[in-house]
Design a protein around this ligand. Structure first.
Ligand code: CA
Length: 464
């Protein structure tokens, strides 16, 4: 392009230098031999008006000076093309900008990643803080409530301030507990019959067998179980169910294909419950999960096949959310249980003054069929379960060697002390329930999900 321009300028200079002679120029037009029109343009030399033989030097000098001028101009223009510093600077500048931009972009991406990572850390810390706060609250409520079975004394829990009924009648409970701890175990254990497979009285509990240890704070306590009478094709008696109950909005029900998958910790499904779960009293029976709704005396039947709420019941007069818990607290006011005879609720009421009340429930419609009032106070025992229509209570949730210390037979309405050895291997047992199909007790002991073999035998003491 620069060369073209220089040639154009050369023409301009030439024309300019010839402008003086333009008044002497002429244009002639004529036809050639082929009949085409020809134009002839004639212009005189600037130095002469005729072609006489006078000296050519002035004209030569003029041409030479013009050529020198043009050469200088051309070399300047060429130098501009070849050594264009400005273009180089521009190119270098663009390259530099590109590099800086990509550097800044990289830094920005890195910062965004850092920000996301930190946000995740903050959320995780907030979640853990909430859980620890919840646990601290629970522990504060029950600071020193271990049940001391070995020494024969049990601490009374302070009754709820609102319930003045508890100000009276403590003497009767003290008397009953003294009886519980003073009866020699050897007088209570009936003749053993290890081949007995029918319904009978609890003879012995084996050592705990570990199946799974929870790996986070949410697994400190919870519920795990198998359905003794499963229904439908989706779940079997091999399916294992688990709820981690630490936290304020517990709604996740984990399903594991079998015990092996449960032990490895990989659920096949997570069901989301319509209402949050309170504490560790839930149970699974005939294709439904039964549980206490948080901060209420409402029991819920959740159908596992349709994953929907099937029925609900406000358990009449039942204490809830810390009114009548087991000795470890944890809002264990209403404990649901299943045995050979069906579905049961274990709880207490103001009228029963904190003594354990048992209600047999219709599992389908979730209605109370019949209730019994026992003579053992709920907050003096660690947990309870039903076997063959009999209620059994565990004396301590922390003592590594404790006992099943009481039985109440719903067939006769009579309760009495027993002393069947029971082990809290991990020293914080928050749930104990019976599975009659497996003939085992299932428990959640301080992050550890364990079960125990049991033996039943023909009952003694005339309680059938
Ligand atoms: Ca229980």
């Amino acid at each position: 392009m620069w060369l073209q321009m220089s040639l154009l300028c050369l023409s301009c200079l030439t024309l300019s230098s010839q402008s003086q002679a333009q008044d002497r120029a002429s244009l002639r037009r004529s036809n050639d031999h082929a009949g085409r029109c020809h134009y002839t343009f004639t212009v005189a030399s600037p130095e002469e008006s005729s072609c006489s033989g006078s000296s050519m030097k002035p004209e030569k000098d003029g041409v030479l000076s013009r050529l020198t001028l043009l050469e200088a101009l051309v070399s300047r223009l060429i130098a501009g093309v070849d050594g264009s510093v400005g273009t180089g600077v521009q190119a270098n500048g663009e390259e530099g900008l590109q590099e800086a931009y990509s550097h800044v972009t990289g830094e920005r991406n890195q910062l965004q990643q850092d920000k996301e990572r930190l946000n995740r850390q903050v959320q995780e810390l907030q979640r853990r803080l909430a859980e620890l706060t919840q646990e601290a609250e629970t522990l504060r409520q029950k600071p020193c409530q271990q049940t001391h079975t070995s020494g024969g004394t049990q601490r009374e829990n302070r009754p709820p301030a609102s319930d003045t009924a508890y100000e009276f009648g403590n003497g009767a409970y003290q008397e009953m507990k003294a009886e519980v701890t003073e009866v020699p175990a050897s007088h209570l254990i009936p003749e053993r019959n290890h081949n007995f497979t029918g319904c009978g009285e609890l003879q012995s509990v084996g050592d705990p067998v570990l199946h799974r240890k929870a790996d986070s704070i949410t697994g400190k306590y919870g519920v795990w179980m198998q359905d003794p009478e499963p229904q439908g094709p989706n779940y079997t008696n091999k399916t294992v169910w688990r709820i981690d109950t630490v936290g304020k909005d517990v709604r996740q029900l984990f399903a594991y294909e079998d015990m092996d998958q449960f032990s490895r910790g990989f659920p096949m499904k997570v069901l989301v419950l319509p209402e949050p779960v309170e504490s560790t009293g839930a149970t699974i029976y005939r294709g439904s999960l039964y549980y206490q709704r948080r901060r209420s005396r409402t029991l819920i039947r959740f159908d596992l096949a349709s994953e929907s709420l099937a029925s609900r019941l406000d358990l009449p007069h039942a204490g809830f959310h810390g009114q009548h818990p087991y000795s470890w607290g944890g809002y264990t006011d209403i404990d649901l249980a299943v045995d050979e005879q069906g579905l049961w609720a274990i709880y207490s009421t103001s009228k029963a003054k904190g003594a354990i009340v048992i209600s047999q429930l219709d599992p389908e419609r979730l209605e109370v069929k019949k209730s019994w009032e026992t003579n053992i106070r709920k907050n003096t025992v660690a947990n309870a379960f039903m076997v063959c229509g009999r209620l059994y209570t565990v004396a301590s949730y922390t003592a590594p060697n404790t006992t099943i210390n009481y039985v109440f037979d719903t067939a006769t309405g009579v309760g009495r002390a027993v002393a069947v050895p029971f082990k809290n291997k991990y020293r914080y047992n928050s749930m104990v329930d019976y599975n009659h199909a497996q003939r085992k007790l299932y428990a959640w002991d301080n992050f550890h999900m364990v079960n125990y073999d049991i033996t039943l035998g023909r009952a003694s003491h005339g309680s059938s």
